[in-house]
Design a protein around this ligand. Structure first.
Ligand code: GDP
Ligand code: MG
Length: 780
């Protein structure tokens, strides 16, 4: 019998895990191993994928993949939670008195060494929250050399010679998605002085799986047991001292969101890094379990490859277990010769024979057995978690069979309504009024100071009109990001992926692709970056190519500007229409890509559904501040520069005389060559060509340029129909420079150039259809 045949609410024990390669490894890493009980929770509204409960957390899996997992039905799990809590005990301190700081009196690293830390943990374990607590405001966003991932570095507050790096969330040290490779390489190659391993205490078994692999790295480490507030509030407890003894590294109970225990954590991590205290044990295989087959195999291989591992700079125990799991990267690094490779293979074959499990499953099983033993001794699970119950209640609606899709549409509609009509609009109008008033004050001041007319025009008609018109959109953009980040941090987007998987699959993608696309409504740059969580190169590339179709927030000023002038009564309708049009053309493009450059199917969809959590206010505020700062920097650099250049080019002719009418200006001359290309779509005006060109620097510039060039004469040049064509063209044509640069970083410059040309072509065609069809309609 396979998992696919199991009905809702039924429980079974996994007997065999099929599939192959990285996917199978991922199944195992997520805890789907022989012997583990799983319960079917529900199916997605469209019947696929399914939601499972195992190891106390929720996982989604497609039916096709579930079909590869053999099961044996079993009785429902009985609640084996015991009701005697651990009494809180004194936690051993630092230095010699501290039990797990044996070298406290040894020699520390020389004064002035920068203590570098890697913050490693599962997704949603609270890394970012902890990072913000650790660093206070001393952080800056940097780029990874080579792979370029947005990584965050910061110094720990009050410890100036430290550097913490917030790494992408990973489930295992077997690379599955490109983010996981980044995190793994960071630990292996950048050699941080210590690891801060953040563990979600509400989901401890699954989280400790990564911990065990980190311990094998033999790098000084502290386990930060996060979310302890939830655990204790629900009546659970953890025997911290005992867990320390079992794991051989300091364990500190914290709550990153409530900022409790963080100071103690800082003391421990600094101490551990300074004295380079490595984990006391890396050996977790039980000598007597199952005849000791796995134990002998692991030890045999680690001895065999000891010198190779030392030469390659890889910890031997880590190398051995990865070699057994069939990790090709490690195998290459070790440079074993033919004979040695054969010996290793023989040892593994012998183990497989004795253990009656294949190699990957045997290793995963060894790790989970150890974890189960540790947890049995140290963790008292809460009776029932309030958060779990709350999550289930939310999910009854948000992923319910009939309610999920309406709920999604309603939530997105609410987000956009609040952004564009309530909060954002109100703030925008206030800001706009402020800017106009300021502009008036400055103009009067310039006049009374007798400043020369050209300069006055630069300041008022150039900078204030241009940058000001863009600046007033700051509130809308920040509000949109506010909602998107809440959706993401709360755990809802993971549900959207679950619900939408089947639909996206028809386009050749998986549910995971929905995350970058929703972020694309905010900005294409982070959206392109978010594709790194996708496990397959094909899905990743295809998703990147689709993000430009999601109408980014920088295009909002364009929509608002044109619908304000041409369709004031239907502004909301026009806005919605454009968003929908972008999505529809995106879908068509996806189908086209699928049939041509990206043949084949999306990779399987295996994803954790975290409990719903309220995002911390501090995290959200910080994010908003970052976005606002980003936007302001852009307004006062690229956009300011563009407005000045545009103002200059439209005010002077080739002999640098100030022109009366800008149609005699340099700009008119230069932009004129583009006009013929845009004639078929009704946009053959040099001013429009210019604004579209400046839009390439930043989409908001389109409006800034229009304001400068047209003043109030827009309706004389454009008809409502050509305005519609302009809107469609702006929606679809090339993403801005920043977005193209991020495409280049992910896929190389060929693709980046391809995206620019392709989007322009699509935009031109779509605008052509709108324009020509519109001409036949009586309304225009
Ligand atoms: P990351 O994905 O590992 O970076 O996790 P985040 O820092 O984004 O946190 C995921 C969610 O857990 C957010 O909604 C946080 O507000 C929440 N969270 C983080 N730490 C704690 C904690 O100590 N207690 C509780 N109750 N929630 C937390
Ligand atoms: Mg994070």
């Amino acid at each position: 019998m396979t998992l696919k045949q199991l009905e809702i609410g039924q429980t079974a024990v996994v007997t065999e895990v099929g599939g192959e390669g990285a996917l199978r490894q991922h199944f195992l890493d997520m805890g789907l191993i022989p012997g583990v009980p799983v319960t079917v929770v529900k199916y997605a509204p469209m019947g696929d994928p399914m939601e499972l409960m195992l190891h106390g957390y929720e996982l989604t899996l497609r039916l096709d993949d579930a079909d590869k997992i053999q099961i044996r039905p079993s009785k429902p799990l009985k609640d084996e939670r015991i009701d005697d809590r651990h009494r809180p005990a004194e936690h051993p301190g630092l230095g010699e008195g501290g039990r797990f700081h044996p070298k406290g009196s040894g020699d520390p690293l020389p004064e002035g060494t920068t203590l570098t830390f890697a913050l490693v943990g599962n997704q949603n374990s609270g890394k970012t929250t902890l990072f913000n607590q650790l660093t206070g405001s001393n952080q800056h966003v940097g780029n990874f050399p080579g792979v370029t991932v947005d990584r965050k570095d910061g110094t720990i507050r009050k410890h100036p010679d430290t550097l913490v790096t917030d790494l992408p969330g990973i489930y295992s040290m077997s690379p599955y998605s490109s983010e996981e490779i980044v995190s793994r390489n960071f630990v292996l190659q950048d050699k941080p002085k210590a690891i801060i391993n953040i563990v979600d205490a509400t989901n401890i078994e699954r989280n400790l799986y990564l911990t065990m692999q980190l311990l094998e790295m033999n790098v000084p480490m502290v386990v930060a047991l996060n979310m302890m507030d939830e655990v204790t509030a629900n009546g659970g407890s953890v025997d911290i001292n005992r867990m320390e003894a079992e794991l051989g590294v300091p364990v500190v109970a914290i709550s990153a969101a409530k900022n409790s225990g963080v100071d103690e954590l800082i003391d421990h991590v600094i101490h551990v890094a300074k004295y380079q205290e490595r984990p006391l044990r890396q050996d977790f295989c039980d000598q007597s379990a199952n005849g000791g087959a796995v134990h002998r195999c692991l030890h045999g291989i680690s001895h065999l490859i000891e010198d190779h591992a030392a030469a390659a700079g890889v910890p031997p125990r880590f190398a051995a277990s990865k070699l057994i799991e069939g990790d090709r990267l490690i195998a290459e690094q070790l440079k074993l010769d033919q004979n040695e490779r054969e010996m290793v293979e023989h040892i593994i074959l012998q183990m497989e024979k004795e253990r009656k499990l294949d190699r990957s499953a045997a290793i995963a099983d060894m790790r989970f057995s150890f974890i189960n033993r540790v947890c049995a001794q140290t963790v008292r699970k809460p009776r029932e978690s309030r958060e779990r119950i709350r999550s289930e209640r939310f999910d009854r609606i948000l992923t319910g069979k009939y309610t999920a899709i309406p709920a999604f549409i309603a939530i997105m509609a609410l987000v956009f309504f609040l952004t564009f009509h309530v909060i954002g609009l109100f703030l925008q109008n206030s800001l706009d009024a402020g800017i106009t008033a300021l502009s008036g004050v400055v103009e009067r001041a310039l006049i009374s100071a007798n400043v020369n007319a050209a300069l006055r025009s630069l300041v008022i008609d150039g900078i204030f009109t241009g940058v000001g018109s863009v600046l007033s959109f700051l509130p809308i953009i920040v509000t949109l990001f506010f909602f998107l980040s809440i959706l993401e941090d709360s755990g809802y987007i993971a549900r959207v992926a679950f619900v939408m998987d089947k639909l996206l699959r028809k386009l050749g993608l998986s549910g995971r692709s929905i995350v970058p696309m929703l972020i694309g409504f905010g900005c294409t740059v982070p959206a392109v970056m978010a594709t790194r969580t996708l496990p397959s190169e094909r899905d990743r590339k295809m998703t990147i190519l689709l993000t430009p179709f999601m109408s980014c927030s920088a295009k909002v000023p364009i929509y608002a500007f044109f619908s304000g002038v041409f369709f004031p009564r239907y502004a909301a309708l026009v806005m919605i229409g454009l968003y929908v049009l972008g999505i529809v053309i995106g879908i068509l493009a996806a189908l086209l890509y699928r049939g041509t450059i990206f043949k084949g199917d999306a990779v399987p969809f295996v994803m954790e559904l975290p409990n719903y959590r309220l995002p911390g206010a501090k995290n959200v505020l910080r994010l908003l501040w970052e976005k606002a700062k980003d936007f302001l920097t852009r307004a006062f650099t690229i956009i300011l520069l563009a407005t000045i250049v545009i103002w200059f080019l439209q005010s002077f002719d080739l002999r640098l005389n100030l022109v009366e009418d800008s149609s005699a200006s340099i700009l008119a001359l230069v932009a004129g060559w583009m006009a013929p290309i845009l004639r078929p779509i009704g946009l053959a005006d040099w001013r429009i060509c210019t604004s579209l060109i400046t839009g390439f620097t930043a989409k908001e510039s389109v409006v800034a340029t229009m304001e400068i060039l047209f003043a109030d004469k827009l309706t004389a040049v454009l008809t409502p129909l050509s305005a519609a064509s302009m809107l469609v063209f702006s929606l679809l044509y090339t993403p801005c420079v920043a977005a193209v640069a991020s495409v280049k970083r992910e896929m190389g410059w060929r693709w980046a150039v391809g995206v620019v040309l392709w989007q322009c072509a699509v935009a031109w065609l779509a605008a052509l259809v709108i324009y020509r069809v519109g001409m036949l309609l009586p309304v225009f």
